[in-house]
Design a protein around this ligand. Sequence first.
Ligand code: NAP
Ligand code: GDD
Length: 334
Amino acid sequence: MTINRGRTALITGISGQDGSYLAELLLTEGYVVHGIVRHTSSLIANTSRLDTVYQDPHETGRRLFLHKGDVTDAGMMVNLIRDIRPDEIYNLAAQSHVRVSFDLPEYTANVTALGAIRLLEAVRASGIDTRIYQASTSEMFGTTAPPQDENTRFHPRSPYGVAKVYAHWATVNYRESYGMFAVNGISFNHESPRRGETFVTRKITRAVARIAAGLEQKVYLGNLDAVRDWGYAPEYVEAMWRMLRHDEPVDYVIATGRAATVRDFAEAAFSHAGLDWREHVAHDERYERPAEVPELVGDPAKIEREIGWKARVHWDELARIMVDADRKALPGGA
Ligand code: NAP
Ligand code: GDD
């Protein structure tokens, strides 16, 4: 912890799944952590995932600072980065839901693609020396067959995937053009009890908990044949941090290397609660996508070799972790 004391990090998307775990990690490592949170009409800010680390603004010696902002506002980003002068910046902010991106393609591009370029330009404008992590994604590989690694061709299949390809190449371009320490972590799907409730793993594990408690009977899903390489989010934020502490700015795939179908995940989650998934999973075509990404399985050999990071939790254990957490979270849950 002493080694990082005094280091300052800025996290966009700090209120999200990854942002909250990353904030916890960096605070544990001695950092001062700044995060951008969006304005909402109903809450002071959407900080429920940060409950364990939230510090009252009136506390002395505080190391977590939340700033109202939005990655669609360039001026705000320049001013904040100039004032904070962070040693490390993690760009996690995104409209990150693939299905939603088909309904909101322009908005998704503005946040997820242009948000990255605004951040890179804000760093240039403020003239600071900082290291930048861009949250790239396996969704960029789209239809290209697995196993996917750092050299695999991109063929995105959604407005979200297209936006992330733009942000990915912008990050490479600023590294090459201006010598910035700017890197892409090409993360495969990673989940946790803090996963948004409309992503498929969490949708399933929440349903398992509610069905086991007798609160509902069915969960409606789309394509059960999709294959995903699901890892555990707290481990993935450690990979992000270690990439920025690396000697060289290098892009890495972050993955477990093992995969399963949505059907397999549902079966594992239901059976962990003593239930038969076939009695509770029904199909609803509303959850199908105009274009699907059929199979994502990462090859994490490069990050294992060069950074020493290796996934420990795989999809079946993840299903159990998430079911246990969702059952515990219900009123009266054990
Ligand atoms: P998430 O839970 O959806 O969090 C997204 C974060 O971005 C939230 O804090 C959200 O704020 C914030 N945000 C959205 N629009 C914003 C805007 N206009 N200005 C500022 N902040 C904004 O996503 P995640 O799972 O933590 O993923 C983190 C990043 O990694 C994302 O960029 C995602 O695309 C990428 N990624 C994720 C995975 C994965 O499997 N989880 C895999 C590959 C890449 P609110 O809380 O206010 O909504
Ligand atoms: N969300 C959802 N809801 N997905 C479903 C459903 C359903 O009811 N039924 C089947 N699926 C299938 C989707 O069609 C997809 O093939 C798979 O389950 C996973 O869907 P999501 O959990 O929504 O994740 P994703 O793979 O589309 O995107 C996530 O991972 C990307 C990395 O590959 C997101 O976190 C992205 O932000 C991330 O970049």
